[in-house]
Design a protein around this ligand. Sequence first.
Ligand SMILES: C[S@@+](CC[C@H](N)C(=O)[O-])C[C@H]1O[C@@H](n2cnc3c(N)ncnc32)[C@H](O)[C@@H]1O
Length: 276
Amino acid sequence: MSTSIPGSTRLQFDTVVARLRAAGCVFAEDEARLLVADAATPAVLAAMVDRRAAGVPLEHILGWAEFCGLRIAVDPGVFVPRRRTEFLVQQAAALSKQSMGARSTPAGGPVVVDMCCGSGAVGVAVATAVGRSELHAADIDPAAVSCADRNLKTVGGRVYQGDLYAALPDSLRGRVDILVANAPYVPTEEIGMMPPEARLFEPAVALDGGSDGLDLQRRVAAGAPGWLAPDGRLLIETSDRQALGTVDIFRRAGLGARLVSSDEWSATVVVGSQKI
Ligand SMILES: C[S@@+](CC[C@H](N)C(=O)[O-])C[C@H]1O[C@@H](n2cnc3c(N)ncnc32)[C@H](O)[C@@H]1O
């Protein structure tokens, strides 16, 4: 609420809110509060508001996103972690905690791999929730890898660049307790219908899941048995509409599959295991 803003910046705040509202920002007050707090000078603030009004994602302007209560660095051109993906983190963290004690790693916790990591938000949030883990992350996009590298350093994780499993060190084969992926799952033909913030400011490689949206999920699931520990788990975020397709993909890859969803987060995750 604008009443919490000190008097000296109140006028500035109200002006920013009005400008953001006019540009169609739904959460204009929340965004204005963040922009006013972040800008070092009125000129910087004006430039930030101009960019936001032009449709640049707030997180790309601030350089960070709030995710699972953490501040995750998000560079321009890197996928902005979505709030619904916090449900994937919850599921992965709960299973990671279950697997603690069952296996012993140099880090003293589960081996976690964040595949298609983008900024690394998912892996960092799982590692933070679990406390102790051996965290690895991979992405094909150099911009994402560079951003994830900064985020994973805060939890002692390692990031690799390459096409899915080709990026990972061989030493992880058969050792992964938790393999978590929010891979692109938008069908190619639907990219054009996405909000401009995604369509114009996030790269196609972060969104495009092929003709039915499930191409990347197919490849992630097919490769998982070679990397998972015997009692390891694969977790992939999907949509309600695509969920049965994702379950089918897990089964075809020889994995047991369980669907979990949350109304609170509007989120759906398929959890797979080698034990059917
Ligand atoms: C939907 S974004 C999700 C990013 C992150 N997991 C998150 O939830 O914020 C998908 C990510 O997959 C990466 N990606 C797409 N194809 C890939 C591939 N063949 N191998 C590795 N990463 C890939 C993209 O670069 C992008 O960063």
